[in-house]
Design a protein around this ligand. Structure first.
Ligand SMILES: Nc1ncnc2c1ncn2[C@@H]1O[C@H](COP(=O)(O)OP(=O)(O)OP(=O)(O)O)[C@@H](O)[C@H]1O
Ligand SMILES: [Mg+2]
Length: 299
């Protein structure tokens, strides 16, 4: 068995019976939340887990371009109390998956729906938060799902804060950009720590030249924040060339991006077994250009 797969299975066994909601969030837009949430959800299903992916980016839905809606309902309808959670879920499990399951709830991409979501007031957002909390019992316990992934909007929109508050783990996707780093740092202090969330960082789109032999095999944490980095993802021309049409986790299992996702999955499973607010420990990464990453941010 592949080493990552072995550790992933072992760690998941330790956390058996628990259901985990993971929100992917970022300070800036375009950092890779959708790409990573879609591929991580697919990968977990391939690893035999029962997974649900919800598009909570109601102001700029994306996941409908990857998965087809087999239902007549959207996440918007569930949050507006127009239907039950099971009404919005399409079975998107790929054919090569033997044991796992991938259920996807899409956000309505129509212009009218986006306008409607933008006009929602605070009262609606509060009720939507109640609907997200209700998922814990309905979707998780009754449907016996192992993992739920939330793809969110960037920044401090109400809908993103709702997703963060109702999640067990927040994965912050950050690009190697000074303003993104500073914004992420502020969000850690003012948002994730405030809600006492288990938080991990994925640094995405790292230029290939930052990966070199002398920068491998290190455990890292950001100097200024004791939060673990659960993944460092290189910028990949293959991903750009695919133009969102390739589901790497399922179609290209041997691609370096998929291999990095496997490492992230293992680190995530490791994170799940830590109590919230435990003294964060640097997570051992198989291949991590830590010196380069610190150099990048200390520059
Ligand atoms: N590691 C990577 N290498 C190359 N391209 C990438 C990588 N990660 C993401 N991209 C590309 O960057 C673009 C933005 O990615 P994505 O839509 O996943 O970001 P996002 O954080 O969800 O954006 P938004 O905040 O607008 O929802 C996409 O074209 C995606 O294919
Ligand atoms: Mg997105």
């Amino acid at each position: 068995m592949h080493r990552d797969r072995y550790f992933f299975t072992k760690l998941c066994e330790e956390g058996e019976g628990k259901t985990v909601i993971i929100a992917l969030h970022s300070y800036k837009g375009g950092t890779g939340k959708t790409l990573l949430s879609v591929n991580l959800a697919t990968l977990f299903a391939k690893m035999g887990k029962r997974v649900c992916l919800l598009d909570l980016d109601l102001r700029a839905p994306s996941i409908h371009s990857i998965f087809k809606n087999e239902t007549q309902y959207w996440v918007n309808d569930y949050l507006s109390k127009a239907c039950k959670i099971e009404n919005i879920l399409s079975d998107c499990t790929s054919k090569d998956v033997a044991e796992g399951k991938l259920l996807v709830g899409l956000a309505n991409p129509s212009t009218d729906a986006i306008r409607e979501m933008e006009a929602k007031d605070r009262k609606w957002e509060m009720e939507a938060l109640g609907r997200l909390f209700a998922l814990k019992t309905s979707l998780l316990n009754e449907m016996q799902l192992d993992y739920v992934f939330f793809d969110t909007s960037p920044g401090l929109q109400y809908s993103s804060i709702n997703a963060i508050v109702s999640a067990d783990i927040v994965l912050v996707v950050m690009s190697p950009d000074k303003s993104d780093f500073e914004g992420t740092r502020r969000m850690m202090r003012d948002l994730y720590e405030l809600f006492e969330k288990k938080t991990g960082i994925i640094i995405n789109k790292i230029p290939f030249e930052y990966f070199s032999a002398e920068n491998q095999n290190n455990s890292i944490k950001l100097a200024t924040h004791q939060l673990p980095i659960v993944g460092v993802v290189p910028c990949s021309c293959d991903i750009l060339a695919a133009g969102g049409k390739c589901l790497f986790a399922s179609e290209k299992p041997d691609h370096p991006f998929t291999k990095t996702l496997q490492e992230i999955a293992t680190n995530l499973a490791f994170m799940m077994n830590y109590p919230a607010r435990a003294t964060p420990k640097p997570i051992k990464l198989e291949k991590c250009p830590s010196n380069c990453v610190s150099a990048l941010f200390n520059a």
